[in-house]
Design a protein around this ligand. Structure first.
Ligand code: SF4
Length: 720
């Protein structure tokens, strides 16, 4: 508690939860955080915070230390419990284990699985450690589960992974087209902006595409409750209507795009009547959506699409993205205020991870591993002979390879794959089989921490310094307010220490040159240099400038005075031809169809007041007031058919596992469907969460798995 002699300090930083990237002011005394409030000067939130952000200080109380990892713990034999050890012993042991696997089985027998909740500086070091020092591209991230279809969609259609719109476009839009996003729950402060914009502009139309009547869908002027996985049929049919009604922009298509004729032939087949049958909605609603999206051909009006996990977490997520972008290109709804295809990032720094190339197929500065010239540029930047050519393992592939005994040592940082990956039982089996598992975590309570041979305590929000980039390409500072608890160290710092030890054990002559840093700023400055001349050039920024002038959007090249609010205003795209590409997209089924044995189509999603696997939000009693426990939501007709009542305990089974939890009757889901929140894991009744049921099938372009859908059976549970 504060006494009159205790100094009251304030530190400007950024919320560590979602990709809105709200600015926060941390109130503290230099030792303990006592409060948090929204930063009125931060352009993402202008002082507002949601239920999660405004309770951040409650995750940093002295009581919260009970769930924190405070010192390294090591077990040398799998059967033994972990014992406390010092950092030198921990990192030396880890370096020796990794070195011996690399010597015996080669660099691709080790892997790093990191997180969109790490800071850009952390990400940069892990990426360099794997690709630059060890010589493996086996570094992937939980952003693979979140954003990779948006990345692949942008690159396929527009030539670069760059969301072309910004938050301010919400107020300039005449139609908001939200697809696969419960923005009201998952991006609450952005949703407040939507509410404000609608209040200021009553004629604005809100269309929401979602199988479920979410809180966002309930507020829509038009809710298209499509059957799970039928997005492309809807978008193709909307484009069909736009073509038929002559609401497209032939002048824009001719001047700035290519590939339209092939797409025109395809969408000719997608009549509203045909798509209505596939999507399970009224054909008039498809026609209405097309009219509002294209403003019946009125070029002065603007449409902004916002989309998230419902679009991305699909076995055809990349084409879901491309089909939305097709509509924007055909109607010239891009590169002007209030318009554009705008993917929302789920995690606070999914975007920063993409910038540094922290995925198995990417390299620093939005470079592609597959391009020899990009590998050569990065090798030159890092001062090493080459970056390995062989693509690394994406998230699902990585754990499959672990289960097959091909990945023998893994370093997991700031993420909980034993809960968040699809086909949870398979992931847990892979982790228990892996020879050596390092888990670098702020919380000792995650499901994944149980599998750690070495648990390394990591710093958390309020204790870290660096940068994050939000959904609208805006880079914000994250600044440490209080010291780390126990012996916790920053992720980049521990990774760097490990890298130097590993480099020495492998007698790698480039070790010292690769890792010359002693501060976050030195790491960031190198990252900044890697963007020079690239689409995301940030050479005009510095730590000091971000602190003095506030968060900035990229690109922000040297000599610029501001970043770019929106991209492609001149109609030029970063493709070889300078033109955007229409992508032919066709309807495809979900990876798993409902059948007589598993007749219910289950979708998954977030609750308003919880975050991911609840390691942080789960420590705040207040955040259980909205939803106290995991519940599966089911339609009354389906419940009656099975003789189920509200509050019954049910067993939910898929081909991969089963979960036991309580049932809630809900008209938000259509007959034949169910909804399960994704937050609970070992704290659920059966010790397993929604991902015990989900399938690992992934999109062929992005390798993002179909976490949003599984065919399940639901029956009354009778305890033995
Ligand atoms: Fe944090 Fe997202 Fe809430 Fe903003 S909207 S306070 S970034 S959780």
């Amino acid at each position: 508690p504060h006494t009159p002699t205790t100094p009251r300090l304030e530190t400007r930083s950024t919320c560590c939860y979602c990709g809105v990237g709200c600015g926060v002011i941390i109130e503290h005394d230099g030792k303990q955080i006592s409060g948090v409030r929204g930063d009125p000067e931060h352009p993402a939130n202008f002082g507002r915070l949601c239920s999660k952000g405004s309770t951040l200080h409650l995750t940093m109380t002295e009581d919260s230390l009970a769930v924190r990892a405070l010192y390294p713990e090591l077990r040398k034999q799998r059967e033994q419990p972990r014992q406390r050890c010092d950092w030198h012993t921990a990192l030396d042991h880890a370096a020796e284990r990794f070195a011996s696997v690399i010597r015996e089985h080669g660099p691709d027998a080790v892997a790093f699985y990191i997180s969109g909740q790490l800071l850009t500086e952390d990400y940069y070091v892990f990426n360099k450690l794997a690709k630059g020092l060890i010589g493996t591209n086996n570094v992937d991230t939980n952003s693979r589960l979140c954003m990779s279809s948006a990345v692949a969609g942008y690159k396929l259609s527009l030539g670069a992974d760059a969301p072309p719109a910004c938050y301010e476009d919400i107020q300039h839009a005449d139609t908001l087209f939200i697809a696969g996003s419960n923005t009201a729950f998952a991006h609450p402060i952005l949703y407040r902006r939507i509410e404000d914009a609608r209040a200021a502009k009553p004629a604005m139309k809100l269309i929401v595409v979602d199988p479920r009547r979410t809180d966002t869908a309930a507020e829509a002027d038009l809710h298209l409750a499509i059957l799970p996985g039928t997005d492309i049929a809807l978008y193709n049919a909307m484009l069909h209507v736009m073509l038929w009604e002559d609401w497209i922009r032939p002048d824009y298509i001719a001047a700035h795009t290519e590939g339209f004729e092939a797409l025109r032939k395809t969408v000719r087949e997608y009549t509203p009547a045909m798509a209505a049958g596939i999507c399970g909605i009224d054909k008039k609603d498809i026609e209405k959506a097309a009219e509002w999206f294209a403003h019946a051909g009125d070029a002065s009006k603007a449409t902004l699409s916002m989309y998230c996990m419902g679009t991305n977490q699909s076995s055809h997520g990349t084409h879901n993205n491309a089909a939305i972008i097709n509509m924007h290109l055909a109607t010239a709804q891009i590169g002007k205020p209030g318009a554009g295809p705008f993917s929302l990032t789920g995690q606070p720094n999914a975007m920063g991870g993409r910038e540094v190339g922290g995925l198995a197929n990417l390299l620093s500065g939005h470079r592609d591993l597959a391009k020899p010239e990009h590998r050569a540029e990065v090798a030159q930047l890092w001062g090493i002979p080459e970056v390995p050519e062989k693509p690394g393992l994406s998230a699902v592939e990585l754990f499959d390879a672990m289960a097959a005994g091909q990945v023998k040592a893994v370093w997991i940082s700031c993420t909980n794959p034993a809960q968040s990956m699809p086909d949870q039982n398979l992931i847990r089996q892979a982790l228990s089989q892996c020879d050596f598992v390092v888990v670098q975590e702020a919380y000792r309570t995650t499901e994944t921490a149980r599998y750690a041979d070495l648990l390394l305590p990591a710093t958390s929000w309020g204790e870290k310094t660096g940068t994050v980039t939000n959904s609208e390409r805006r880079i914000s500072r994250v600044i440490q307010a209080v010291p780390a608890p126990g012996e916790a160290r920053h992720d980049w710092d521990a990774a760097l220490d490990f890298a130097r030890r590993l480099g020495n054990k492998l007698a790698n002559p480039h070790t010292a040159k690769l890792f010359p840093y002693s501060t976050e700023q030195e790491i960031w400055n190198e990252h900044r240099e890697s963007t020079r001349g690239r689409d995301l050039d940030i050479t005009g920024l510095s730590y000091a400038m971000l602190e003095q002038q506030g968060p900035q959007q990229w690109p922000f090249p040297s000599g610029a005075h501001t970043g770019k609010a929106r991209l492609y205003e001149d109609g030029r795209f970063p493709t070889d031809s300078g033109k955007a590409r229409f992508v032919v997209t066709e309807h495809r089924e979900t990876a798993e169809k409902a059948d007589s044995k598993y007749p219910i189509r289950m979708t998954t999603g977030r609750l308003r007041d919880q975050w991911h696997g609840m390691s942080r939000t789960g420590t705040v009693a207040r955040l259980y007031a909205h939803e106290a426990e995991p519940l599966i939501h089911m339609n009354a007709a389906d419940m009656a058919r099975r003789g189920l009542k509200n509050g019954d305990t049910v067993r939910v089974k898929s081909r991969r596992g089963e979960v036991i939890l309580k049932l809630r009757e809900s008209e938000s889901v259509r007959a034949g469907q169910a909804f399960m929140p994704m937050h609970w894991g070992s704290n659920a009744m059966s010790g397993l969460g929604s991902n015990a049921l989900t399938i690992k099938t992934f999109d062929p372009f992005s390798k993002q798995p179909e976490l949003k859908h599984a065919a399940v059976q639901i029956e009354k549970y009778q305890a033995a």
